[in-house]
Design a protein around this ligand. Structure first.
Ligand code: SF4
Ligand code: SF4
Length: 208
């Protein structure tokens, strides 16, 4: 029999089809009996990995408004406005010069790629570990970090954290408490944090 005959090809194709279905079904069956990895979020906390990239936190007092983060952003969702150039003081590690009038990120566009983080020459924009950013309209997806800095904050508080504790599952109460403690740590009279917060406000208003 000719080994390249149409009949051989016909049966060979049938065998390949059956074989690939069997391979696919074997993988499907394996997962049918594997231990489940589904988490019943929001009743159960999301399992975040150490390298998780969540909502940014921003140290405005170190920002020199160089625009490198905005230029690196592939979706143009970082908005920066300033009154003049800013320069870092090597002794205090705080930027001085012009004022930051706007530093905002549109989370309706952000894809959490972290490409804005690496080019920053003063290491002042970071990916945080908050996983959730919800809102009732598109405008609320734009986080004005300069407005947050006026309140001494480096990252926004998600909507769910603003609910009363009795409406939150246990893990969320703990996460909320950690967030509040961190925020309050800006207010604690640790000299360094107090100075840092003053510098944040000064980046917006030198008379403050
Ligand atoms: S994480 Fe990526 S998409 Fe989001 S602001 Fe940074 S560079 Fe832009
Ligand atoms: S790259 Fe860093 S210093 Fe430059 S504007 Fe962005 S956050 Fe500020």
């Amino acid at each position: 029999m000719n080994i390249n005959s149409p009949a051989r090809d016909y049966f060979y194709n049938i065998w390949r089809t059956v074989y690939s279905i069997l391979v696919g079904m074997r993988i499907t069956l394996k997962y049918c009996f594997a231990k489940t990895v589904t988490l019943q979020y929001p009743d159960v906390a999301p399992a975040l990995q150490p390298r998780y990239r969540g909502i940014h936190f921003f140290e405005i007092e170190k920002c020199i408004a160089c625009d490198l983060c905005a230029k690196a952003c592939p979706v143009d969702c970082i908005y920066i406005e300033k009154t003049g150039p800013r320069k870092i003081d090597k002794e205090t590690n705080v930027a001085a010069g012009g004022l930051m009038t706007r530093y905002a990120i549109d989370y309706a566009k952000c894809m959490f790629c972290a490409l804005c983080v690496d080019p920053c020459p003063t290491d002042c924009i970071h990916m945080g570990n908050l996983h959730d950013m919800s809102g009732y309209d598109r405008e609320s997806m734009i986080v004005e970090f300069t407005d947050l800095a006026k309140k001494g904050l480096q990252t926004p508080q998600p909507l769910w954290m603003q609910k009363d504790d009795d409406r939150l599952p246990d893990w969320a109460k703990t996460r909320k408490r950690e967030w509040i403690d961190f925020v309050h740590s800006q207010d604690k009279l640790s000299n360094d944090n107090k100075r840092r917060r003053q510098e944040m406000v000064k980046a917006l208003d030198p008379k403050a």
